[in-house]
Design a protein around this ligand. Structure first.
Ligand SMILES: [Zn+2]
Length: 272
């Protein structure tokens, strides 16, 4: 499933193709959109919150989609042949581009002023990539009564805590914060919680900027590595049995909160 960074990059692509462009045709092929007008509309803005994409239309409505496992937005040139048989849900065409949503079923239209009443948007926490989601805001939520006694294995997947986090980010954030999945904020000191809050923001932002890579090139330890280090994506995620880049301990894989998690028992061991 795409996590916050992937969703935000998808929004960037949709924006680039559609914002300030005249729409030459629009098709809404999902039942929930059948009352929307397809003529004389334009797109005012495209944004995301957590893993939801929000498209604001000039007629005062917003379309909110959540891709779950199978939904997919694409942007192609008009003459690109489509070579799959997914179900088309939404299509916006300009003079040069076709932006389409395929297969998704979680699609709702609401007046833009009522976006926050959407069942998913209403209950999720602040978006990790949003500018207003600061280290302090993350720290305050982390140590709040509501979240301080939750194990990180579940907390870092919980969209009510901070939205946009997901499975690969969970492993990578804990690695950079030097913490283990079974720990909780209530067991840590202020410095450790501060460090974790910073890692939640920084690792997510880095993944967005580096197109899905969380690896930190500027770190001294990585400067000493060979050139192939540039191709590496994660420090621990999906690296079971391979050597840790920092200490050469073999990376371990387990299942926690029903999802796979990866960690280095040496780098993350001080509190194990
Ligand atoms: Zn290590």
């Amino acid at each position: 499933m795409p996590e916050g960074p992937e969703t935000k990059r998808m929004v960037d692509t949709i924006k680039k193709s559609l914002l300030n462009q005249e729409l030459v045709s629009t098709s809404f092929l999902h039942d929930n959109l059948k009352n929307l007008d397809t003529a004389n509309i334009s797109i005012l803005d495209v944004t995301s919150k957590g893993k939801a994409v929000i498209i604001r239309l000039s007629d005062g409505n917003s379309i909110i989609t959540h891709n779950q496992l199978y939904g997919r937005w694409t942007s192609n040139r008009l003459n690109t042949k489509i070579r799959h048989n997914r179900s088309l849900r939404i299509e916006f065409c300009t003079n040069s581009k076709a932006v389409r949503l395929w297969s998704a079923t979680d699609i709702i239209a609401l007046p833009t002023a009522e976006e926050s009443t959407h069942p998913y948007l209403k209950r999720i926490g602040p978006d990790v990539l949003d500018k207003t989601t600061t280290y302090k805001l993350i720290y305050d939520r982390l140590v709040s009564k509501r979240f301080r006694n939750r194990r990180f294995s579940g907390l870092l997947l919980n969209q009510h805590f901070i939205s946009g986090l997901g499975n690969y980010l969970r492993s990578e954030i804990l690695f950079f914060a030097k913490l283990m999945y079974h720990q909780k904020a209530s067991e840590l000191d202020q410095d450790q919680n501060t460090k974790l809050s910073q890692c939640i923001k920084d690792v997510s932002l880095r993944s967005y900027k580096q197109k899905g890579k969380t690896i930190f090139y500027d770190d001294l330890m990585l400067k000493q590595l060979d050139k192939s280090a540039k191709k590496r994506r994660f420090m621990v995620f999906a690296r079971a049995g391979q050597n840790c880049y920092v200490c050469k301990t073999k990376i371990v894989k387990e299942f926690q909160s029903s999802r796979r998690i990866y960690f280095c028992t040496t780098c993350q061991s001080s509190h194990r």
